[in-house]
Write a protein that binds this ligand. Structure first.
Ligand code: C5P
Length: 218
């Protein structure tokens, strides 16, 4: 029997962000959005009032979910903050850490003899950390950490630095897990310790994660 989340307002961010370089090009990443969409779908199926802030992905909007489409990290930041207050924020998006200082109004042309191009990038705002420090802080702020090595160590660092209640860490760069895959395995870390979830399909993991979240809300 699934834990019910009737009436609980949950904001989920999902997918990559695209940071425009010029009208034809952008900096992006390999997030498929599947994990965040699975969480939004499962939360809505359990009766939650779900807002899904989605980066540029071609995934169907889950039944009963209010979707806000964004492209850049700055747009995602604005949409997530506009969706507060909520009881739970789950930052499953792969937000760009850096964005071009300026988007060129015209297509950047290569010049004769030009071997290199230097792009100046500036740091984006950390949506998750800002939500966790916000005057309207949700009761639970949950982050994700995709790591290639030292998964638990880096994730624990992010949990503390960003003042989160829970972080879901996963290893990327291994076949059958993480970006683009339908399956995933998560190490969920909070003040009470660590729990390994999966490997399992992302929709099943979403349910297990929401069971933990429901417990923490009780
Ligand atoms: O520090 P790192 O980017 O690895 O942290 C990942 C977590 O932080 C994810 O939950 C992601 O959604 C969130 N994040 C964010 N805003 C950023 C960068 C990351 O909300 N600018």
């Amino acid at each position: 029997m699934s834990a019910t989340l009737a009436g609980v307002r949950i904001v989920v961010s999902a997918g990559p962000t695209y940071e425009d370089i010029d009208p034809a090009r952008f900096l992006g990443n390999r997030s498929s959005g599947k994990m965040g969409f699975a969480i939004a779908a499962e939360a809505a199926a359990r009766g939650a009032d779900v807002v899904l802030v989605a980066g540029p992905v071609h995934l169907e909007t889950p039944a009963g979910v209010a979707r806000s489409n964004v492209r850049s990290a700055a747009q995602m930041h604005a949409a997530v903050l506009a969706a507060l207050p909520c009881a739970v924020y789950i930052g499953a998006a792969a937000v760009a850490d850096f964005t071009p200082r300026a988007c060129s109004p015209g297509k950047i042309k290569k010049q004769p003899g030009q071997d290199t191009l230097v792009l100046e990038l500036v740091q984006t705002r950390d949506i998750l950390a800002e939500v966790a420090a916000h005057a309207q802080r949700p009761r639970l702020v949950v982050g994700f950490a995709a790591e290639t090595d030292n998964v638990a160590g880096y994730a624990r660092g992010k949990l503390e630095r960003k003042r989160l209640d829970m972080i879901c860490a996963n290893r990327v760069g291994v076949a059958g897990c993480g970006f683009e895959s339908d399956d995933n395995a998560l190490l969920v870390i909070d003040a009470t310790g660590e729990r390994a979830l999966g490997p399992a399909p992302k929709c099943e993991l979403a349910g297990l994660l929401l069971d933990l979240i429901k417990e923490r809300l009780a």
